[in-house]
Design a protein around this ligand. Structure first.
Ligand SMILES: [Zn+2]
Length: 449
């Protein structure tokens, strides 16, 4: 300390704050001794004389040249006491209801410049009149840039790849053309940038070579994707004499009610997406371990690293898209709801509650269905079972994929309920039941239907 502090040293900020606290103390004391005065605000006994945050300071003085001279003396005292020197070139004086002459005299006493409203304090515009909406633009821009960084730092993997579109309507409507999967699934990034995603095949192929219109200029990686897409489309020939027919685009021998229902649901509507947004926000209201809560948020945003999303990102081949248990396309919702494993899990719980159910087509529907079952008193516990259940499916799935591990549904139900009860009891100390009790009498915790 004796050697001084270099500029940029983290300690210098603290020392500065300590020193300028002295200025505040001096001004407040001067007001108490009636040397200076501030602005009198209704409801506050003390006049407002100084606002200070770090190096941004506002001093309020009445329109009185004598008092301005006294302020100058107080500032000089501060310089002598603290050893700091005030740069008056950086000070500006702003008049409220002051005539120009008085303002000029005050500025000449303090040897500082004159400013006019609106001014900026702590990054926010200050004015005596209502502030125009455009004055807030720099603040909004600043927030946007900060949020963009935040999103980029925390969520970039999910955000970057999270545009997996499951619309059954292809990138180009591909009825009658034999391709392994909708182009929207295989080229999700291009699909999201295409300005007219519902354009018909005939329209696209009417002008050769095929013309695409994009919402913005394609970047380098996207150009490469476009070349791959064009190479594939070059192999396609359209026969205008053949009429369009409907054909099953799912796996061969999988044409049954369940698959058709699921395929129809995959083309979710805009409303469904809006619901999903509301659901993702709702996730944060529950008292759940943060790790599991974050996982659930990824789940409802359809951003889990499932095989389908890895295929969409080009990380694994399309051959590996199948679930390790049932070999159907492994999406987020498949892992926690549509897979046989998950279906058995929920069935065990709901059967014990005497509830007949059919698997919900979407995560939103399942969330609503689950919500409709809980009695208000034990709503938190009921939701914990849902959260822990989804989390355990993910863990079990990873264990299967990476360690060839196996787990039984019954033991998982028991484990999930015990974990949920344990967590619930940690913030409800008077909850009288153990995990075993809840497991045996889970119907007690749901509405009687
Ligand atoms: Zn499965």
């Amino acid at each position: 300390m004796g050697k001084g502090v270099r500029q940029g040293d983290p300690l210098s900020l603290m020392l500065f704050v300590l020193a300028v606290e002295g200025l505040k103390a001096l001004i407040v004391q001067a007001v108490r001794l009636n040397i200076l005065d501030g602005v009198h605000v209704d409801g506050y006994p003390e006049p407002l004389s100084i606002l200070q945050f770090a190096d941004d300071t506002l001093i309020f003085v009445p329109n009185d040249l004598d008092m301005i001279k006294k302020l100058l003396r107080v500032l000089r005292c501060f310089e002598v006491i603290s050893g700091l020197s005030i740069n008056y070139q950086k000070i500006s004086i702003v008049g409220i209801n002051m005539d120009n002459d008085s303002l000029l005299s005050a500025s000449s006493i303090l040897n500082c410049s004159i400013s006019h409203f609106p001014i900026t304090y702590l990054g926010l515009p200050l004015s005596v009149k209502p502030i125009r909406a455009t004055s807030w633009n720099p603040i909004v821009d600043n927030f946007q840039s900060q949020l963009a960084n935040w999103k980029g730092n925390l969520l970039s993997p999910a955000d970057f790849f999270g545009v997996v579109c499951q619309k059954e309507k292809a990138f180009i409507k591909c009825r009658g053309i034999s391709i392994p999967a909708p182009l929207s699934t295989r080229f999700p990034r291009l699909f999201s940038l295409f300005s007219n995603p519902h354009i018909s095949v005939s329209h696209m192929f009417s002008n050769m070579p095929i013309q695409f219109t994009w919402r913005r200029r394609l970047r380098i990686g996207e150009q490469e994707e476009l070349e791959l897409l064009l190479a594939e489309l070059n192999l396609v020939t359209i026969n205008s004499n053949v009429l369009d027919t409907y054909s099953w685009m799912g796996r061969p021998n999988s044409f049954n009610c369940r698959s058709v229902s699921r395929r129809l649901q995959q083309g979710h509507s805009v409303q469904n997406r809006l619901q999903r947004g509301a659901l993702a926000t709702g996730i944060w209201k529950w008292k759940v371990p943060p790790r599991i809560q974050f996982f659930a948020w990824f789940l409802v945003k359809d951003r889990l690293f499932s095989n389908a999303s890895l295929v969409a990102r080009g990380i694994i081949n399309y051959d590996l898209i199948g679930c390790s248990i049932c070999n159907e396309i492994e999406t987020s919702i498949h892992i926690v709801l549509h897979c046989e494993f998950a279906w058995k899990f929920w069935s065990v719980i709901l059967r014990n509650c005497d509830i007949c159910w059919v698997s919900s087509p979407s995560i939103e529907d399942f969330y609503n269905f689950w919500s409709s079952l809980s009695i208000p008193v034990y709503k938190d516990l009921w939701w914990l079972v849902w959260f822990f259940g989804c989390w355990k499916f993910w863990k079990a799935r990873n264990n299967r994929v990476f360690n060839d591990g196996a787990s039984s549904t019954d033991s998982l139900v028991y484990l999930v309920i015990c974990r949920a009860v344990l967590f619930y009891a940690s913030f409800h100390p008077h909850f009288p039941y153990s995990g075993n009790d809840v497991f045996r009498c889970i119907d007690y915790f749901v509405k009687t239907i």
